[in-house]
Design a protein around this ligand. Structure first.
Ligand code: MG
Length: 361
């Protein structure tokens, strides 16, 4: 098991607490929340997977992809499984997600994505035309990003024992020498930037799933972030850490980094971009956009002195015209995320037990 592996086991464990793994709560069976990117999933990884596979202790804080050195080359390696329901939603589909999701996890290490695998779990009775649409979508996404799908697997389960299509993709990318983008490098004083407005993927999926009337205004942000990261790296600044915002939204990503990097993170509510459509949909459903899933957004950590220049690079890229500086890293309240509200009050943005919305990616 390599040092900074995370994704093959689901998500990020708290590397500093592994000598005393969190007890698995009293669950005799797996709950939906165990796959939700929140506290339950963290407990499952720390209580079951890490002790089994990583001798309980990766050397580095876990990240979106593992970086291993093989024959002088630094390879990023990651895997992700997609179970979104419905298979097609405004702005995307499970095939597009499966390509972009894995490409984005590779990009978060600064790697150039190169090769993917594609494994399908299909349910008996699935219309061949549905499968064809998903495969076509994967082909288009892979071509756009410049990755090749070079290996794969097909399994079929009995009618009623699956849900149409589940897809797993694993990916390999080449990390440039001398570039280290990792939670380990997050430092007090760093600026926190997001690449655009939050919550569109989650709300676009919810809108069709719940049959709500606002879907016309909402499209998933589902997109590759590889080109954006390449532009950010080409800018020459010192990027400390990147993380794509998926399940659990900005809140989950920042909580993980605050815990793993043992820092505090302070957010300015007024600076966090949320579209009108997402804000009203969230209000209607009683959801907080900070916790809603994205599939084409990242959070970046960089020294405060470089933040403005980085912001301009991001804004001039097609994937991040709405980028914003939303907060900073502090020495206070280590391991937690605090939000400074529009009206001046502060509140803790905690890690949820599960996800607000299961099967969102
Ligand atoms: Mg990720």
């Amino acid at each position: 098991m390599n040092e900074n592996k995370r994704t093959a086991m689901g998500d990020k464990p708290d590397v500093f607490n592994l000598s005393c793994p969190l007890p698995l709560r009293d669950h005799a069976t797996v709950q939906l929340a165990h796959g939700g990117g929140g506290r339950f999933m963290r407990e499952l990884i720390e209580g079951m997977f890490l002790p089994a596979f990583a001798d309980g202790r990766p050397k580095d804080p876990p990240h979106d992809s593992a970086v291993v050195e093989i024959g002088g080359a630094r390879l990023a390696f990651t895997t992700d499984t997609f179970v979104v329901r419905p298979l097609f939603f405004p702005g995307g589909d499970i095939g597009k997600l499966a390509v972009y999701g894995t490409v984005n996890d590779l990009a978060m290490s600064g790697a150039r994505p190169l090769y993917l695998s594609a494994a399908f779990v299909l349910e008996e009775g699935l219309p061949m035309e549905t499968l064809r649409r998903v495969v076509e979508s994967m082909r288009t996404a892979a071509r756009e990003v410049g990755v090749q799908i070079i290996t794969g697997d097909t399994k079929v389960v009995d009618r009623g024992k699956g849900d149409g299509i589940f897809v797993n993709t694993a990916g390999i990318g080449l990390a440039p020498p001398g570039i280290e983008i990792s939670p380990r490098r997050v430092a007090v004083g760093d600026a926190v930037l997001v690449s655009g407005d939050l919550g569109r993927h989650g709300m676009a999926v919810m809108s069709v799933r719940e049959g709500l009337g606002f879907q016309s205004a909402l499209e998933s942000d589902c997109a590759s972030l590889a080109g954006l990261v390449e532009a950010m790296l080409a800018g020459g600044g010192d990027l400390h850490c990147l993380r794509d915002l998926t399940r659990g939204g900005l809140a989950a990503a920042l909580n993980e980094i605050a815990m793993d990097s043992r820092v505090g993170i302070e957010l300015e509510e007024a600076a966090i971009p949320v579209s009108e459509a997402v804000a009203s949909a969230c209000e209607l459903l009683g959801l907080d956009p900070l916790y809603v899933a994205n599939e084409g957004r990242l959070v970046a950590f960089a020294p405060a002195g470089e933040a403005e220049r980085l912001l301009q690079i991001m804004r001039s890229h097609v994937a991040a015209p709405g980028a914003a500086i939303v907060g900073r890293v502090t020495a206070e309240h280590s391991g937690t995320v605090e939000l400074r509200g529009r009206l001046g009050g502060n509140r803790i943005v905690d890690l949820l037990s599960g996800e607000q919305m299961p099967r969102i990616c």
